[in-house]
Design a protein. Structure first.
Ligand code: ATP
Length: 226
């Protein structure tokens, strides 16, 4: 489904350019539960910005479901992102003056889905993440773990092809982290959601089915390759 071939990424710095990602090649198939591990500054965010169709300034080939995404115009590239990727962030990125239900509904509102269907799907998806009945709460009244569940609900409500979670347990204590990882595992096993989790926490790295390790912008190991 996701196929990266010799991806190189450079950032402009002053007069020169710095080489951040070096010849990164790997595939992710539908239904996989993949971790990307690496130290701070190793290039993980740079890589997932490319995988999640946020950044298209790179060298190499990214094919998605068989099509090279570099041929898409900006509008199509944006709809590719909106239709296929759900994002979960370390700091949840919830809108504080909107209720839980309104936060979760956002992707469907942007997609023009009718209110009745939105309400139904919001309730279903909140049940799915263990927050049935929390529709009217404001995010600040929830614990960190509950806020992360809301952001996972928002990420999955549009039925994306894959999820990208960037340090999703980074702001949580170890017990809550384990609960959030259990939820990701459940979504992967039961709903067959393809999940890519970025982390520098070895405990999180141990729980994925396949672990890619990045060092200084290079892919140095992939447990999915025999
Ligand atoms: N917009 C930018 N312009 C120039 N350099 C950048 C830019 N964004 C990131 N970098 C550099 O690219 C390298 C990789 O950064 P990146 O954020 O991808 O690492 P990371 O592995 O995600 O780190 P962290 O775990 O701290 O989030 C770093 O050296 C960083 O300073």
């Amino acid at each position: 489904m996701i196929s990266l071939k010799k991806i190189n990424k450079y950032y402009q710095q002053g007069d020169g350019r710095v080489h951040i990602l070096h010849d990164i090649s790997f595939d992710v198939n539908e239904g996989e539960f993949v971790g990307i591990m690496g130290q701070s500054g190793s290039g993980k965010s740079t890589l997932i910005n490319i995988i999640g169709f946020l950044d298209r300034e790179y060298e190499g080939t990214y094919s998605f479901k068989g099509d090279d995404v570099s041929y898409l115009n900006n509008k199509r590239f944006t709809s590719l992102r909106n239709q296929n990727v759900g994002f979960v962030f370390q700091n949840f990125k919830l809108i504080q003056n909107l209720t839980v239900a309104e936060n979760v509904a956002l992707p469907l509102m942007y997609a023009g889905v009718k209110k009745k269907e939105i309400d139904q799907r919001v309730s279903q998806v909140l049940e799915r993440v263990g927050l049935g009945g929390y529709e009217k709460y404001l995010p600040l009244r929830l614990s960190g773990g509950q806020q992360q569940r809301v952001s996972i609900a928002r990420a999955i409500i549009g039925k994306p092809t894959f999820l990208i979670a960037d340090e999703p347990t980074g702001a949580l204590d170890s017990h809550t982290s384990a609960e959030i990882m259990a939820l990701f595992k459940q979504l992967n096993k039961e709903n067959k959601t393809t999940i890519i989790i970025v982390t520098h926490d070895p405990k999180v790295g141990q729980q994925v089915d396949r672990l890619l390790t990045i060092l200084d912008g290079k892919l140095i190991s992939d447990t999915g390759v025999a």
